[in-house]
Design a binder for this molecule. Structure first.
Ligand code: G1P
Length: 231
């Protein structure tokens, strides 16, 4: 249960679909793979893959298609998808950071908050470097780091621990149902990024960071601004 009397000091962000628009590249690569296998994969179904690991995502597509693969075949096709995905992100630029993200992160820093990037993607660091935001976070945890996948809160618990903070001192920003569930189960405050109807369990849902200030988020969540915290 989240404790609303604790001051907020940590801000933990998912990557794909929250900080940068890489979800579209993941979808393109998964769609190419699904097409190769004759599996229907309409855009709205990609929501069910958000926050899953690479292997979990492949297994979900196989399940939808009623297909069986050996472990060796799954490793091969997961690699094939990853090569397609890496080709799609090879030329990413800082322009692909969502609007408002950099100013929001800057506001967090000015405010004395700590930041972490926590993603299930093993390509997270590549994306951060190519969009030149790898130095914007105090801690970066990619898909190789988490011990248990979402909806287990492991990825966020590890991020809070690396920041030296308790979950109740942190706000998680995630765009997926599994991410919101993981944050809630871990005792974090949770801001959903997307549409309110898609993320009903988030404390607050924002469409993105464009034109949004940190103090507005804190007020909307009725949280105590760090500036009021005795150091
Ligand atoms: C993996 C999945 C991708 C998912 C991402 C974040 O990324 O393949 O579909 O969106 O985790 O959960 P990858 O490790 O392949 O970069």
């Amino acid at each position: 249960m989240t404790d609303f009397s604790v001051k907020i000091k940590g801000f933990i962000f998912n990557l794909d679909g929250v900080i940068v628009d890489t979800a579209k590249y993941h979808y393109k690569a998964w769609l190419k793979l699904a097409d190769e296998m004759g599996v229907e994969f309409p855009p709205e179904q990609h929501e069910q893959l958000r926050s899953l690991s690479r292997m979990e995502s492949l297994e979900k597509i196989l399940e939808w298609g009623g297909l069986y693969m050996t472990e060796a075949e799954k490793l091969h096709w997961a690699d094939v998808k990853n090569n397609w995905y890496q080709g799609l992100i090879a030329n990413m630029t800082p322009d692909e950071v969502f609007p408002g993200v950099l100013s929001f992160l800057d506001e967090v820093r000015q405010y004395g908050g700590k930041t972490a990037l926590s993603s299930a993607s093993r390509n997270a660091r590549t994306v951060l470097e190519s969009t030149q935001i790898d130095t914007c976070f105090d801690v970066v945890l990619d898909g190789a780091a988490a011990r248990k996948p979402k909806p287990h809160p492991d990825c966020f618990l590890m991020a809070a621990s690396a920041l030296g903070l308790a979950p109740a001192e942190c706000i998680v920003f995630d765009d997926a149902v599994l991410g919101v569930q993981a944050a809630r189960d871990g005792g974090f405050h949770i801001v959903g990024v997307g549409k309110p109807d898609d993320l009903p369990d988030a404390e607050l849902v924002i469409p993105g960071f464009d034109g949004l200030s940190l103090s507005e988020v804190m007020e909307m969540m009725r949280l105590i601004p760090l500036s009021m915290v005795a150091s």
